[in-house]
Write a protein that binds this ligand. Structure first.
Ligand code: CMC
Length: 428
């Protein structure tokens, strides 16, 4: 293969280098495009063909269903590592030694506290507020209480901002849920593991000890690992682009949380459960909803199906499907919603519409089912996704800063009015 791509515009040829990634992916480097062509730009809505950066964090191959963090397969990480180890791997590039992991955890624990005034902000939200809005606001508000995390220029500043947010974020997640459930706010315990602590902060009842259930710890650990990074998706690109203006880590994360909220992205796990519930309320007729999903005149889509990148199967969905069966089996949960989910899955996998378009269940088809089994309110599902994605966002933000990437500023093709004279209001 040639190492150049040639572009011909109005009879003039321009050459652009082809660059290869470590997995042999090929990209046309168009950094000089506008300069050499006198301002010609590219148009790529949704960035379906555009690489926004070079990254050494996550590799995925949507055709083959491969997902690797820093070279390690998601299957192996989900089986052998815990969430904090994976967070360290993503952020710093290598699996930690025991000593490195202990130090990372100890530094995080030092910051597992939140200024009491943040409670007043939380209190001011109506109970009905969507937890993603609350989480995004509180994450942004943390900037005011931790001003040293705003201007981060050295690696040391970055490290401090990272362990701060790794310590504080689970508290915000837990408090957001407790507010929703009307429970008093709780802190965790420094003797617990990172994931055990999240569970305790979320579920401890006042006046009672919280007993850890290893099945739930294992399921949450896996869920968080599976969601931890997914290269340049909508929320991660948001974190990178906000961070590229040198806005601080917390502000960048807050923007990422807002991006994740949407039902086409992280909000899909909530949308899946709401869809399953609606089907149940409507008599459980899955065929009717399959028909709606296929009808182009109907805006209804089968939530939890399809993926921008995975076009054969979502490797995360495979792992999580097994975990879902384990959790529900072990907890002895029988849920009519589950039967509807299984029915839809079976029908979609055999339906030519879904098969031809390569629409398979994605990770969010199953994650909501587990969260429901864990007694997490439906509106909190996307918050749990954010909890898992935190180390991914952090690692992408850190990489962007260390590589000294320029400010993100896409171009456009203007299709509006050309220059025209102003018309006085009386003449319009
Ligand atoms: N139900 C019915 N039809 C669908 C669906 C669906 N869930 N997803 C895609 N299609 C159809 C779509 O109408 C189009 O048909 P046609 O070619 O006839 O016009 C074709 O499949 C291609 O769809 P697309 O919208 O061009 O694909 P995309 O890559 O732009 O969108 C997606 C990917 C995930 C936004 C989309 O599949 C979708 O809306 N899925 C439901 C929402 C969902 O589950 N999102 C979670 C994604 S995984 C979590 C995450 O990473 O955030």
């Amino acid at each position: 293969m040639s190492d150049k791509a040639t572009l011909e515009i109005n009879g003039e040829k321009h050459e652009f280098p082809l660059v290869k990634g470590t997995e042999n992916e090929v990209a046309i480097d168009i950094k000089t495009l506008r300069g050499v062509t006198g301002g010609v730009t590219t148009i790529d809505p949704g960035y379906k063909n555009t690489g926004s950066c070079e990254s050494a964090i996550t590799f995925l191959d949507g055709e083959k269903g491969i997902l690797r963090y820093r070279g390690y397969s998601i299957e192996e990480l989900a089986e052998k590592a815990d969430f904090l180890e994976v967070a360290y791997l993503l952020i710093f590039g290598e699996l930690p030694t025991q000593e490195q992991l202990d130090k990372f955890h100890a530094d995080i624990k030092k910051h597992s506290v939140i200024d009491d005034d943040v409670k007043k902000i939380l209190d001011a939200f109506p109970k009905a507020a969507h937890p993603m809005g609350v989480l995004s606001s509180l994450t942004s508000a943390l900037t005011a209480f931790n001003p040293s995390s705003v201007n981060v220029d050295s690696e040391e500043d970055m490290y401090n901002a990272i362990v701060r947010i790794m310590g504080k974020f689970p508290i915000l997640v837990a408090w957001t849920m407790r507010k929703k459930k009307g429970l008093p706010l709780e802190y965790g315990s420094s003797s617990l593991g990172y994931v055990e602590n999240i569970l305790k902060m979320m579920f401890k009842h006042p006046g009672e000890d919280y007993e850890q259930n290893p099945i739930l710890v294992n399921a949450l650990d896996k869920l968080l690992i599976l969601h931890a990074d997914h290269e340049q998706n909508c929320s991660t690109s948001t974190v990178r682009i906000v961070g590229s203006s040198h806005a601080g880590l917390f502000a960048s994360l807050s923007a990422g949380i807002s991006a994740l909220w949407g039902p086409l992205h992280g909000g899909a796990n909530q949308a899946v459960l709401e869809m399953l519930e609606a089907i149940k309320e409507d008599g459980g007729d899955t065929k009717k909803y399959m028909a709606k999903a296929k009808d182009k005149a109907d805006p209804f889509r089968l939530m939890g199906f399809g993926h921008r990148v995975y076009k054969n199967f979502d490797p995360r969905a495979k792992i999580i499907k097994v975990a879902a069966d384990e959790v529900l089996g072990d907890l002895g949960i029988e849920d009519p919603i589950l039967d509807i989910a299984k029915g839809l899955e079976k029908e979609a996998l055999e339906d030519p519409y879904f098969v031809d378009r390569k629409l398979y269940p994605n990770v969010d088809f199953y994650s909501g089912i587990i969260y429901r089994g864990m007694d997490i309110p439906t509106e909190m599902f996307t918050v749990m996704f954010a909890m898992g994605r935190l180390p991914g966002w952090i690692s992408q933000w850190r990489e962007m800063r260390l590589r000294k990437e320029p400010i993100g500023r896409p171009r456009q093709l203007y299709i509006g009015e050309t220059s025209r004279a102003f018309k006085a209001i009386s003449k319009r």
